[in-house]
Design a binder for this molecule. Structure first.
Ligand SMILES: [Zn+2]
Length: 135
């Protein structure tokens, strides 16, 4: 995951530094900051864990989230990766969320592996109920 908590404040892995104790925003378990030339800066749960946010994400998915967020920020929009939307069921994180100039939230879900139409519809209607546009 690209985001953790430090002293209950959200922090992105790319600006985090080694040393402090970072916590998972979901389970509050300790997470380890991973940085290096072969990995995208990210946080990983300290094993053992049964946290639903501990599932391995591909490098491609992590990179895609960062690219979309940076592209949006480059256009002057506030954009955050792995943003928690409390009204969504299940894993409540939007891959990327941006705020339009009028304050409207726009969620970007990045999907590379196939998911069925029911899941796509369910996700879209959850966002719609929360008043969030989903792309
Ligand atoms: Zn966790």
């Amino acid at each position: 995951m690209l985001v953790a908590n430090l002293n209950r404040e959200r922090i992105d892995a790319f600006i985090a530094e080694r040393g402090p104790e970072y916590r998972c925003p979901e389970c509050e378990g300790v997470v380890i900051l991973k940085k290096g030339r072969k990995v995208i800066d990210h946080f990983a749960h300290k094993p053992p864990t049964d946290c639903s946010w501990a599932s391995g994400e591909t490098r491609a998915h992590l990179e895609a989230k960062l690219l979309v967020a940076k592209a949006l920020a480059g256009r002057g929009l506030r954009a955050e990766v792995e943003f928690v939307v409390n009204t969504l069921p299940g894993d409540r994180r939007a891959d990327v969320i941006a705020w339009s100039p009028n304050g409207r939230q726009i969620a970007f879900e990045l999907q590379h592996t196939p998911i069925d139409l029911n899941e796509i519809e369910s996700r879209a209607s959850s966002y719609a109920r929360a008043g969030i546009v989903q792309i």
